[in-house]
Design a protein around this ligand. Structure first.
Ligand SMILES: [Zn+2]
Length: 291
């Protein structure tokens, strides 16, 4: 069986045009995150979409750091969080309101925030837009408002059945951005025509193309942009990894008062903290010197 390598972001540029982008394909990573949480339905879809978005954006960072997507809203999913740590670690968690009506809006009213924390040197950056329907629409609103870069984006999440194997969650996406050529003019008419045409091509990208494990990212790009010529760059691997650690838990819980800690005790009197991203559990004992 020929099966393409999964879990990467593939940057590309359209030859001679002021447009570049990337394709993300998440197989084992999407499966690990969605299945690890036991998600299905809305939570699975949102986690996969969020992973795709942070992978596409994080892989484009020009410095080391962390990119975080976070929504807060009054819809069925009250919170979606995903982050990307350079060069390619991702994780995600989705909070679904168990009391929400099944026909309630997916994300509802609220905010969509993207935060970029460089490891050193530069300042933290945060862009916030209002939630607008889907994560994809919110991400597009972010590009328009915060970055002012014309952007086309398609993302998809689904369970894909490979013969002889259990169904696997997969997530994928493609982003295309119009970039100003160095020293060039932004308003040349031919470029506008190109951009409109590229946008029309991007609108044709279906979930099957983004998720099909037998269609490579290169084949998808060729299908879309072969008339123009498309150049691909080195793929960036993406993997699931969590940043939780005993030291981080100790650091947080040591700042709690004794009363606050007592509230966390199990009936047996132990204090345990569970990482909401990966499910790891950490015990905690206040150091004798701290009390
Ligand atoms: Zn963790």
């Amino acid at each position: 069986m020929t099966r393409v390598a999964d879990d990467f972001v593939l940057p590309f540029a359209i030859e001679g045009a002021e447009a570049r982008g990337s394709v993300v394909r998440l197989g084992a990573v999407a499966q690990r995150v969605i299945d690890g949480h036991g998600y299905s339905g809305v939570a699975a879809r949102l986690a996969g979409e969020a992973l795709s978005i942070v992978s596409l954006l994080g892989a484009a960072l020009k410095f080391d750091g962390t990119l975080t997507l976070q929504t807060r809203g009054d819809g069925r999913a009250t919170m979606v969080v995903a982050d990307f740590v350079t060069p390619g670690q991702v994780r995600s968690v989705v909070t679904v309101d168990p009391k929400a009506e099944p026909d309630a809006p997916l994300l509802g009213q609220g905010t969509f925030a993207l935060t970029i924390d460089p490891d050193e040197g530069q300042n933290r950056y945060q862009g916030v837009v209002e939630l607008a329907g889907s994560l994809r629409e919110a991400a597009l609103a972010y590009f328009e408002k915060s970055e002012q870069i014309p952007t086309r984006l398609q993302i998809a999440v689904g369970e894909v059945q490979v013969p002889g194997e259990p169904p696997q969650w997969r997530a994928g996406g493609i982003v295309l951005q119009r970039i100003a050529r160095e020293g060039g003019t932004k308003t040349a008419e031919v470029n506008e025509d190109d951009w409109v045409r590229f946008g029309a091509l991007m609108a044709t990208v279906g979930a099957d193309e983004l998720l099909d494990p037998k269609l490579t990212a290169e084949e998808l790009l060729y299908r879309l942009f072969n008339e123009d010529g498309v150049r691909v760059f080195e793929p960036r691997p993406v993997r699931f990894a969590c940043r939780c650690s005993q030291a981080r838990v100790d650091n947080i819980l040591n700042s709690y008062s004794d009363e606050e800690l007592d509230d966390l005790r199990t009936p047996a009197g132990a204090i345990e903290a569970k990482c909401e991203f990966c499910g790891a559990t950490y015990g905690f004992e206040r150091a004798a010197a701290a009390s």
